[in-house]
Design a protein around this ligand. Structure first.
Ligand SMILES: [Fe+2]
Length: 195
């Protein structure tokens, strides 16, 4: 599936919608499971090829080994629930950043011992059909921007990606401002080892 776009825009979709499009079984797993990112995730996956649609990686075993990453602090390893709940609206968003995930802890209830999946190809294979379900032109927002415009979005509920801008067109300048959240993402149930 394809859609036309001007170069240099930013594309968005809602992970509240991704969640809404999941099956009951997938929601049950997502609600109770969590993921662990690699330390220095963008270095770790820096040699990996992205999928052509911009979401997720092609699994070719090109992730760096822990030794190649050099020393890191245990605090650099982030764990997040798969589903993030908006504290104001109660909406649930499926917020797994597939490119950063190194391990998944999967369970369908709070009582269950999680199954630890450390094969990234297996994790990505589970994510792919869920995340590709929402990748349809009718669900992608591509706001036009002119000089002076501001785009604001809820980064705990949406994914975004830059659309290519040809080098020969010169520089495309965007200023980014982040408003740090006062608290980290919170899942529907408590996740062991995640504050
Ligand atoms: Fe960004």
């Amino acid at each position: 599936m394809t859609m036309k776009t001007e170069p240099g825009l930013t594309a968005f979709f809602s992970n509240v919608q991704t969640y809404a499009m999941m099956t009951e079984q997938e929601k049950k797993i997502a609600d109770h499971s969590w993921v662990e990112y690699a330390p220095h995730p963008y270095q770790w996956m820096g040699d990996c090829k992205g999928q052509s649609h911009g979401l997720g990686l092609v699994s070719q075993g090109k992730e760096k080994s822990t030794e190649d990453l050099g020393p890191y602090d245990g605090n650099d390893i982030k764990r997040y629930p798969m589903v993030w709940v908006n504290p104001v609206t109660g909406e649930r968003a499926f917020m797994v950043h597939g490119i950063c995930v190194r391990r998944a802890f999967v369970r369908s209830s709070e009582e269950e011992e999680p199954t630890i999946i450390d094969d990234v190809a297996e994790i990505r294979a589970w994510l792919k059909p869920i995340q590709e379900r929402v990748l349809k032109p009718e669900y992608i927002m591509l706001p036009k921007v002119e000089e002076g415009d501001i785009i604001m979005w809820a980064n705990y509920q949406m994914f975004h990606t830059a659309v290519d801008y040809p080098d020969q067109w010169g520089a495309r300048t965007m200023h980014q401002a982040n408003i740090g959240a006062s608290s980290g993402p919170v899942g529907p149930v408590a996740i062991p080892g995640v504050a």
